[in-house]
Design a protein around this ligand. Structure first.
Ligand SMILES: [Zn+2]
Length: 618
């Protein structure tokens, strides 16, 4: 509902061409789940009722579910992936070898009905396939009911029991989850511990578990006074059940996943922001988790920054839950390991929470375009952390003029090692983890940072807000993102998308020569040594300390940037650089002897793989 209304507002400000694109259908799924958990054997039975609405124009003849827990078995696709990559994830490596039957994860489907009729299905690894007896017609709904039995594996990756810090249950990727169908068709990717893509809908989940366990989840608890543990309303009388078990009833509206965790030793603290957003913190108190006591007001400031720069958070709560094996994002919650000093704890909390924007509310297909999620999240995290440092909230961590510098070096290092793969690679299909991590996180982040250089810092800042308003709730793809940035800046970006996303071609420009042309003029020659074209900021510094920007747009941009960091100085727009041109020269109205240096991109935002040749110094 909110999404539609916001779209209308956004439409007023964005060009009319954007309208056709935003009218994109979405499948819809409502989950009702009743879980009965047995802590003695780490198994649970589930009754799941799904109402699935086909909003597509297509007749669906097949359905797919993810059974993520089946990944935690010897010989699974996750296990094979780990054996095949030359640089396996140290968090996963080795854990498969010694798995006993009682250690593995599984989901056994006991029955499945469609509109009350039993249906046949097949299971291959983590994917369940249903050949439908009758197609699901466009704009119609079916009810799918499943009974299943699952076992929680020992902690291998993200989910599992008894993690390294002793959290009893990290319940992520834990239930049979319908795969997403979009205009490109089905996306039934096997689970190899990487990325996700899901269908939006409303979750209604009842978890019945031994009453010694405190349950934390990404949802709104419906029966706080029947649970206690810090959930109860102020002044309310508790109505705790008599037996050994307790039922937690959660709802999560308009999300595409549901996570929970349970531990016997959690403390539960709450923090209410001025805007009404309620933050929950669940962790085991102890000397390793001292930093958690300081987390709430810092995240309060961080969330204000996120809302202002990346769009308004759409939900009523957010929970920071100790669990998992690092940091992993879910709707309304994150699972993070908790034994960290404050900068690390804030760093992981900021990163995972920012996924609420790029993976939860916008929710690009993370398998196909991991850089749109991890990369944009990393970009936003870098800015948010730098803001917190500037406010003096991060103790040892200092504010930096250029917080992205080290990230450029990382990308260049992997590129020079010959390990880079194009950003258009499917997350599961990268040949190495190094290439995936550097691509999705680092080069993905630089996609946005470098775009500041191409279209101007102010256009990127406004573009990110426009992108969120137009595309939240609609699974945007790369074309959608770049189209928003084109509309925002008036600059054509096909070339940027093509070279930067589809290829591993690099950028390398050099100042070839600076020579006296006449008594009052100087000729500057620039050489393009890399394959990827770019517009150029060339800054000339004079003896008296003055600086002047000579800006060379690229012909295929069909425009010039505005509102950028350097355009505040005296700017001279030069003739276009033609995309296939190798060399470019221009004459400046300045005496040669007055020039101290000529530098390409002193803002260091272009991912030039060799910066040594970017500067001419006398
Ligand atoms: Zn992330």
């Amino acid at each position: 509902m909110i999404f539609k209304k916001m779209f209308f507002l956004a439409f007023l400000f964005v060009s009319i061409f954007a309208q056709a694109q935003t009218d994109r259908w979405q499948q819809h799924v409502d989950y009702q789940m009743d879980i009965d958990f047995d802590v003695t054997n780490h198994q649970f039975t589930g009754k799941q009722k799904i109402t699935y609405t086909n909003n597509s124009p297509d007749k669906l003849t097949t359905l797919y579910y993810h059974l993520f827990l089946n990944a935690f078995q010897k010989g699974s696709e996750m296990h094979l992936h780990m054996q095949n990559v030359p640089d396996p994830d140290p968090r996963v490596a080795g854990k498969f070898k010694k798995l006993k039957d009682s250690d593995i994860g599984f989901t056994q489907v006991k029955s499945l009905t469609i509109d009350g009729k039993p249906t046949h299905f097949t299971i291959e690894g983590t994917i369940l396939e249903v050949k439908l007896p009758a197609p699901i017609q466009p704009h119609s709904s079916v009810v799918l009911e499943m009974d299943f039995l699952s076992q929680v594996p020992i902690q291998i990756r993200r989910n599992g029991r008894n993690n390294a810090e002793g959290i009893d249950y990290s319940m992520a990727q834990w239930y049979p989850k319908l795969a997403e169908y979009d205009r490109d068709g089905w996306h039934p990717d096997p689970y190899i511990a990487r990325e996700f893509y899901g269908v939006w809908g409303d979750f209604d989940v009842k978890i019945t578990i031994d009453k010694k366990y405190i349950v934390a989840a990404g949802g709104y608890l419906q029966n706080p006074n029947e649970v206690g543990y810090g959930y109860q309303e102020e002044g309310a009388k508790l109505h705790l059940p008599k037996g050994d078990k307790l039922t937690y009833h959660f709802k999560a509206p308009n999300v595409h996943d549901f996570v929970w965790a349970a531990d016997r030793d959690y403390v539960h603290k709450k923090y209410l922001r001025k805007d009404g957003l309620l933050l929950h913190f669940f962790y085991q108190e102890g000397k390793e988790t001292k930093a958690w006591e300081k987390l709430a007001p810092i995240m309060d400031e961080a969330i204000s920054f996120m809302n202002e720069h990346f769009g308004q958070y759409q939900y009523k709560t957010y929970s920071y839950i100790q669990g998992g094996d690092g940091g992993m994002e879910y709707p309304l919650a994150t699972l993070i390991t908790g034994h960290r000093p404050i900068t690390s704890l804030v760093g992981v909390s900021v990163h995972e929470q920012l996924h609420s924007w790029y993976q939860m509310m916008l929710a690009s297909n993370e398998s196909l375009y991991p850089w749109m999620d991890e990369g944009f999240t990393t970009y936003a995290s870098t800015l948010t952390m730098n803001h917190l440092a500037k406010k003096g909230l991060l103790g040892g961590m200092q504010y930096e003029e250029d917080p992205f510098a080290a990230h450029y070096s990382r990308y260049i290092q992997v590129n020079k090692a010959g390990m880079e793969e194009p950003l258009s690679t499917h997350a599961d299909h990268y040949l190495t983890n190094t290439a995936y991590w550097t691509g999705a996180y680092t080069k993905g982040e630089l996609t946005v940072r470098q775009l500041e250089y191409v279209i101007g810092r102010d256009n990127v800042a406004k573009g990110l807000l426009a992108y969120f308003d137009l595309w939240k709730g609609k699974h945007p793809n790369p074309d959608d993102f770049f189209k928003v940035m084109e509309d925002q800046s008036g600059i054509t970006l096909d070339w940027y998308q093509e070279y930067w996303i589809q290829t591993t071609h690099t950028i390398d420009f050099a100042v070839k020569s600076v020579k006296k042309k006449s008594r009052k003029t100087t000729k500057i020659k620039i050489e393009k040594l890399g394959v990827m074209p770019m517009p150029l900021d060339v800054v000339v510094t004079y003896k008296n300390g003055d600086k002047e920007l000579f800006y060379i747009p690229l012909d295929v941009m069909r425009g010039e940037k505005t509102g950028d960091v350097l355009t505040e100085m005296e700017t001279n727009i030069q003739k276009d650089w033609t995309i296939l041109q190798k060399e470019y020269e221009f004459v400046i109205p300045a005496k040669f002897k007055k020039i101290v240096s000529v530098e390409i991109d002193p803002s260091n935002r272009m991912a030039d793989v060799n910066r040594d040749n970017n500067i001419y110094k006398k």
